[in-house]
Design a protein around this ligand. Structure first.
Ligand code: 2DT
Length: 224
């Protein structure tokens, strides 16, 4: 059996609207951490490689239609099915996780739909108790700026009005987390150059990893 790691890994989530540069920054961050000699694993949600993820993928590509609540539950199930492996990576392997979207995207997108706009609590409820992020890094960019980056793709949700509503929901979720005081948010101006954004993210993540290692707190339970 493998030796128990000296400390658990940090769980870092990158969030933001489409075209904010999350995916690019996530892979640069992994390289940076590995370069520092830290174990770092990439995750992303939705994870389209599972059976649940395949249903989500078909829905996002408009190859299927699903009730808004049903698809919300699939996105949440897609996180719950990953939760045991996520915990194992953090705790047994002591590796840091860099995750491209997580529960906050789940709530921000679903609750931006007309049928769910008054159901924020219901949207959050499905994700209560999941492994909680140690930090949320929100890549912030103005709508106009994001649009100039080559326009949106053809998937469901990749439309201006939706993206604007999602951005507002993210701020609301940030306020709620800040009131609760357990999950720190870091807002990074994503309109900067890739290098500038990278430098800010690296600093936030290095501090978070140090904090997790020194405080020895167990993995939190989201919104519980
Ligand atoms: P990507 O473009 O990052 O693959 O995301 N989404 C994501 C939800 O509606 N609910 C969720 O729980 C998650 C994780 C955001 C595909 C789209 O799926 C949305 C964009």
């Amino acid at each position: 059996t493998a030796a128990k790691p000296a400390s658990r890994g940090a769980f870092i989530v990158l969030e933001g609207v489409d075209r904010c540069g999350k995916t690019t920054q996530a892979s640069l961050l992994i390289k940076h951490l590995v370069g520092l000699g830290l174990a770092a694993v990439a995750m992303r949600f939705p994870d389209r490689t599972t059976m649940v993820g395949d249903l989500i993928n078909q829905y996002l590509q408009s190859k299927s239609e699903l009730d808004d609540r049903a698809v919300h539950l699939l996105f949440s199930a897609n996180r719950w099915e990953a939760a045991p492996a996520l915990r194992k990576t953090l705790i047994d392997d002591g590796a840091n996780i860099i995750c491209d979207r997580y529960a906050h995207s789940g709530v921000a997108f679903s609750s931006s739909k007309p049928s769910l706009e008054d159901n924020l609590d219901w949207c959050r409820a499905c994700d209560v108790g999941l492994p909680a992020p140690d930090a949320i890094i929100f890549l912030d960019i103005a709508q106009e700026e994001a649009e100039q980056r080559g326009g949106y793709g053809g998937e469901r949700y990749e439309k201006k009005e939706m993206q604007q509503r999602v951005r507002k929901r993210f701020s609301q979720l940030q306020e709620m987390d800040e009131k609760d005081g357990r999950i720190p948010w870091f807002i990074v101006n994503a309109a900067q150059t890739i290098e500038e954004v990278q430098i800010e993210i690296n600093e936030i993540v290095e501090k978070t990893v140090e904090k997790v290692q020194s405080e020895e707190q167990p993995v939190g339970l989201l919104w519980k």
